[in-house]
Write a protein that binds this ligand. Structure first.
Ligand SMILES: [Zn+2]
Ligand SMILES: [Zn+2]
Length: 277
């Protein structure tokens, strides 16, 4: 597997790559812009090309853009849903310019309306985003913790999106903390086997290109999105050891979105690497 961290690009791409390299990452994830605004900047093609070359030179095999937290493709407010689509489409272009294979996105919340109506809107938005996606870039839907009317909280719903849209560049990212919060019991070998059987049946393991490895202190099925250090939460070392031993993760990319500063990042990266060694 390729392991990495979500890294801040505040100080520029060179610093980002240097940080990831120092921690022994073979993958990294970043925000392409300010994750809290609907504004999109112009695409800085030369900077992105430098990022692409620098990443490869640093031995970082894969990378991912995480789209803005504001994205809600399921919103009934057209200002929000159109703005979300614009952000997503922009990130797909940034990814193409920077040789970033994965654009990971949350789908959003249906709000008060009927789920089938919201689902149809999400399908339409994803289809639009996929119309001019560049070769080599994947639009990756991240599973949610499933609170309230959040879209993508179940493997069944993600699978339905994959099948309804039927595009080869539409893929899935499974966040372990969100999975646990959504009620999937992945703290033991039996639970992890059951989970991956379900994933394979509903989505197809080949469509899962990426994982977010995060532990969590939220109780099973608690539907809250809170990340914690690897092995120090309720998924625990037993859960991550079982995930590490499962064929479903082989050769794929995993990003840690654990809290804290560099010493925490070092500890979390060391722990995940030792589990997979
Ligand atoms: Zn996310
Ligand atoms: Zn999360």
């Amino acid at each position: 597997m390729n392991f990495g961290l979500h890294v801040r690009v505040g100080a520029g791409y060179d610093e980002t790559i240097a940080y990831a390299q120092r921690l022994g990452c073979t993958s990294l994830q970043f925000f392409s812009g300010n994750p809290k605004t609907y504004r999109v900047g112009a695409i800085d093609a030369p900077a992105l090309e430098r990022f692409s070359n620098g990443r490869k030179a640093a031995g970082i095999a894969t990378s991912a853009i995480h789209t803005s937290y504001l994205i809600n493709l399921a919103s009934e407010d057209p200002k929000i849903s159109n703005g979300s689509l614009r952000l997503l489409t922009n990130d797909l272009r940034v990814a193409a310019a920077g040789s970033v294979p994965f654009v990971n996105t949350h789908l959003g919340s249906y709000g008060k309306r009927d789920r089938s109506e919201g689902f149809a809107q999400v399908v339409a938005a994803l289809e639009t985003a996929l119309t001019d996606i560049a070769p080599g870039v994947y639009l990756v839907m991240e599973n949610s913790a499933g609170a309230g009317q959040l879209c993508g909280g179940t493997m069944e719903e993600l699978g339905a999106l994959i099948r309804t849209i039927g595009h080869p560049q539409l893929a899935v990212c499974l966040d372990t903390a969100h999975s646990w919060a959504a009620g999937y019991e992945i703290d033991s070998a039996e639970g992890v086997d059951r989970f991956f059987d379900l994933v394979d049946r509903e989505i197809g393991l080949d469509r899962v290109v990426m994982f977010h490895f995060n532990d969590t202190e939220i109780p099973l099925g608690g539907h809250k999105d809170r990340h914690w250090h690897i092995g120090e939460g309720l998924i625990g070392l037993a859960g991550f050891r079982a995930i590490a031993g499962h064929a479903g993760v082989k050769g794929k990319t995993a990003i840690l979105e654990t809290p804290g500063e560099e010493p925490d990042d070092v500890r979390n990266m060391d722990r995940i690497r030792s589990l997979f060694a």
